[in-house]
Design a protein around this ligand. Structure first.
Ligand SMILES: Cc1cc2nc3c(=O)[nH]c(=O)nc-3n(C[C@H](O)[C@H](O)[C@H](O)COP(=O)(O)OP(=O)(O)OC[C@H]3O[C@@H](n4cnc5c(N)ncnc54)[C@H](O)[C@@H]3O)c2cc1C
Length: 291
């Protein structure tokens, strides 16, 4: 199917992009890599009067370390995260998750920011950002706004972003240095969206869990934070029993639907197994001095 007719603008600067969105935000759609938007246009699930192509805007791409956090430009492509040697060392959950996204074609074009704004409950980046406690920076004509990941995802394909805002940057706190993370994903075939996936990030202090983040993919109406499971870890030594209890709590919080990928019980059990597996890897990485 062909998309419905739309106007097309390719602003040369962020200032021009937010000016256009300030005037036309309600009937416009931002396009970054186009990997999700173009299929939506072709299926006519989205029929914006205007597409604002930000794909070539300068200074919105790249990975930097600054002031105790990692800064990922919204236009950074999945492949850049997947191949970053620095990230493999300082935040391995990021390249690990990137490698699970789609196939090389999509990873070459799709952007981290686009994926987050698309807010597909089966998208991988949302859960990773929830586990990492990321902040999202948005720009509009009125200036800059920072939205915490936990407040960003509001429902299927729905975010806290306003129609006149552009996501420009993702900020990930780097913690004390004794941190570790892991991303586990079950898919039916290579390149598929997750049947279930789990992102886990922990920070250890004196052998105990000082901070825990657990994000769940494809088991609810949005990427979910397993809050009770996180709380069950805080202040505890990550023993087998403590990890098993957190995994049980995460499985109880998951709200999957039965579909061709599996039953509710199967998906909840995968959550339990992946939280357990992810926590073991995350704790081992933290102890090795990796993240
Ligand atoms: C075959 C296929 C398989 C896939 N498999 C997976 C998978 O396994 N896991 C996974 O997580 N994803 C998967 N995806 C989705 C892929 O990751 C997309 O790249 C991603 O969802 C969107 O990124 P994009 O840059 O292409 O965004 P676009 O398609 O350009 O935009 C997506 C949405 O976000 C909005 N948007 C984009 N950027 C911004 C911004 N900076 N500020 C404000 N709004 C913005 C757009 O208006 C649109 O609503 C798959 C896609 C395809 C086609």
């Amino acid at each position: 199917m062909f998309p419905a007719a739309f106007d097309y603008r390719a602003p040369a600067s962020l200032a021009e992009a937010v000016d256009i969105l300030g005037d036309r935000g309600d009937d416009a759609k931002v396009m970054a890599g186009g990997q999700s938007l173009i299929p939506l246009l072709k299926l006519r699930f989205a029929q914006p009067a205007l597409v604002v192509d930000i794909g070539r805007l300068p200074n919105l791409s790249g990975i930097r370390r600054q002031d105790g956090h990692l800064s990922i430009g919204a236009l950074t492509r999945h492949v850049e995260v997947e191949r970053s040697a620095e990230l493999k060392d300082i935040c391995p959950i990021l390249p690990e998750a990137a490698h699970w996204i789609a196939d090389p074609l999509v990873r070459n074009r799709g952007t981290v920011g686009g994926s987050i704004c698309h807010a597909d409950p089966s998208g991988d980046w949302g859960s990773v950002m929830l586990a990492l406690g990321a902040d999202f920076v948005a720009h509009s004509k009125s200036g800059e706004r920072v939205i915490h990941a936990a407040d960003f995802f509001q429902g299927p394909f729905t975010t806290a972003l306003k129609p006149d805002e552009v996501l420009t940057e993702i900020r990930i706190p780097l913690g004390s240095g004794h941190s570790g993370g892991a991303y586990n994903k079950l898919e039916r075939k290579v390149g598929d969206f997750a049947t279930v996936a789990v992102a886990v990030q922990v920070e250890l202090n004196g052998g105990k869990v000082a901070r825990a983040g657990i994000g769940l993919t494809s088991v609810g109406e949005k990427n979910m934070k397993a809050t009770a499971a996180e709380k069950a870890l805080i202040g505890q030594e990550p023993t087998d029993d403590v990890i098993a209890e957190a995994a049980r709590q995460a499985a109880a919080a998951a709200e999957p639907k039965e579909d061709i990928r599996g039953s509710v019980e199967f998906k909840k059990d995968i959550v339990r197994v992946f939280v357990q597996r992810g926590l073991r890897t995350a704790v081992a990485r933290a102890k090795e001095g990796k993240r």
